[in-house]
Design a protein around this ligand. Structure first.
Ligand SMILES: O=C(CO)[C@H](O)[C@H](O)COP(=O)(O)O
Length: 430
């Protein structure tokens, strides 16, 4: 059997989804998935519209049914679904009822193995219940922690069951050949197609990659602890703030940086007193390449940092300086191209006395900062991401960034930001 490409429409707006589906089909998508968020926002109408618009295509209703299998399958079948998804975590009776209902109304059942602990064992069990497809799925929230659908488990499932196996979860043109080689029949792709500005091209590339051609994905891979510098360098502080629910924003510090410059690094914290520049300067000798020195001066108005310190820090591979207090030599620091953020700029420096400490927990611009936390700064400001949350926040920020690519393209084609988001519809019901 020739593998199929299923495009997953996971946005909330039906009109946009139809447009995207049309272009994906032109690019070669075989099956169309009405994604869970789309079903939740638009109901069965989304399935009905897709069936009417694409009469010759298989329509998958991704209901992720967990209970009342018969009932939910009947609803989706009558709306035009050819395949309905039920969770592998559901009770056997829910799955059997879904299968029975599917037989009655002419719909197949795909079991989604999301979060199932023993996927191979469960795959064998649900096959016996009469399901038509089994789907190995790494959910979007799990992907944000850097995980992808595991190829070895896919291979094991394919070897253990005789029904066709689908795979989903952050698949890109780069990764699709591994899943094909492991025996996947149905390749389910959401963001790898829908977040691009060229849906047709992305679907066509996915098909080429499914045939074994080497294709570079325009959508980023999911990042792990090892390559967070690259991940944070690809996004803006605004992307991070959107992804991190406005947490981590450092307020009140001014960016003294060059146009389009960006600062990304891990914090080396310093506590000092107003005008006392000893500890900030000593920190330079302790800094590792890639660090950002972050100084808590409690907002003090006498400078604790200037051009010579910046020069020395740059030499050590330090990525920038953040001071909740005062800085000086702004013009020279900007000529150096050394990113600096401070509450104020003044000509006067204090004296080296040695108060405070290095590597201690500090508060800067209202945010707690510890050594090792990620600090990202650009012309919009500064944000701190705790080290424990960095992988997830970086991947979510990239997701925000990539979704903006699609929105920008729709605006370029004549839509408006309000229309793209169907804003009026999302106002709370009074
Ligand atoms: O069902 C889903 C999320 O629960 C998605 O449709 C599925 O994960 C495919 O999307 P992506 O390729 O972006 O992961």
């Amino acid at each position: 059997m020739e593998p199929v490409l299923q495009v997953a429409l996971d946005m909330m707006q039906l009109k946009r989804s139809v447009g995207i589906a049309k272009e994906a089909v032109e690019g070669g998508a075989d099956w169309i998935e009405v994604g869970t968020p789309l079903i939740k926002s638009e109901g069965t109408e989304a399935v009905r519209t897709m069936k009417r618009t694409f009469p010759g295509r298989r329509i998958v209703a991704d209901t992720k049914t967990m209970d009342t299998g018969a009932f939910e399958v009947e609803i989706m079948a009558k709306a035009g679904a050819d395949i309905v998804t039920v969770l592998g975590l559901a009770e056997d009776s829910t799955i059997s009822e879904a299968v029975e209902s599917g037989r009655k109304y002419g719909t197949e059942i795909m079991v989604d193995m999301i979060n199932v602990p023993d996927k191979v064992r469960r795959a064998k069990e649900v096959e016996k219940l009469g399901v038509a497809y089994i789907c190995l799925h790494m959910g979007i929230d799990t992907q944000m922690r850097g995980e992808e659908a595991p190829v070895d488990i896919l291979r094991e499932i394919v070897g253990a069951v005789s029904v066709p196996v689908a795979v989903a979860g952050g698949i890109t043109a780069d990764t699709v050949p591994e899943y094909i080689n492991a025996g996947a029949y149905d390749i389910i792709v959401g963001g790898g197609i829908t977040k691009t500005d060229d849906i047709r091209g992305a679907a066509a590339n996915m098909k080429k990659a499914m045939k074994g051609l080497a294709i570079d994905s325009v959508v980023a891979k999911k990042y792990t602890e090892d390559d967070l510098f690259e991940a944070f360098s690809k996004v803006s502080t605004c992307n991070i703030s959107d992804a991190y629910h406005k947490k981590g924003v450092i307020f009140g510090l001014h960016p003294y940086i060059q146009r389009n410059a960006k600062m990304v690094g891990r914090a080396l914290t310093v506590q000092t007193a107003n005008g006392d520049w000893a500890k900030p300067v000593e920190a330079i000798d302790l800094a590792k390449p890639g660090d950002v020195i972050v100084v808590d001066v409690g907002g003090g108005p006498i400078a604790v940092w200037g051009e010579l310190a910046s020069n020395s820090a740059m030499n050590m591979g330090v990525k920038g300086i953040v001071i909740d207090g005062a800085i000086r030599d702004i013009d020279d620091i900007q000529n150096l191209g050394f990113p600096a953020f401070a509450r104020s700029a003044v000509p006067c420096a204090g004296e080296a006395k040695g108060y405070g400490g290095i590597g201690v927990e500090i508060t800067v611009g209202g945010q707690r900062v510890r050594t090792g936390d990620w600090i990202i700064g650009d012309e919009s400001g500064l944000i701190v991401v705790p080290k424990e949350e960095a992988v997830e926040v970086a991947n979510r920020a990239l997701d925000v960034h990539e979704h903006e690519t699609r929105t920008r393209e729709e605006i370029r084609r004549g839509s408006t930001l309000s229309k793209v988001n169907e804003l009026s519809k999302w106002e709370p019901v009074k």
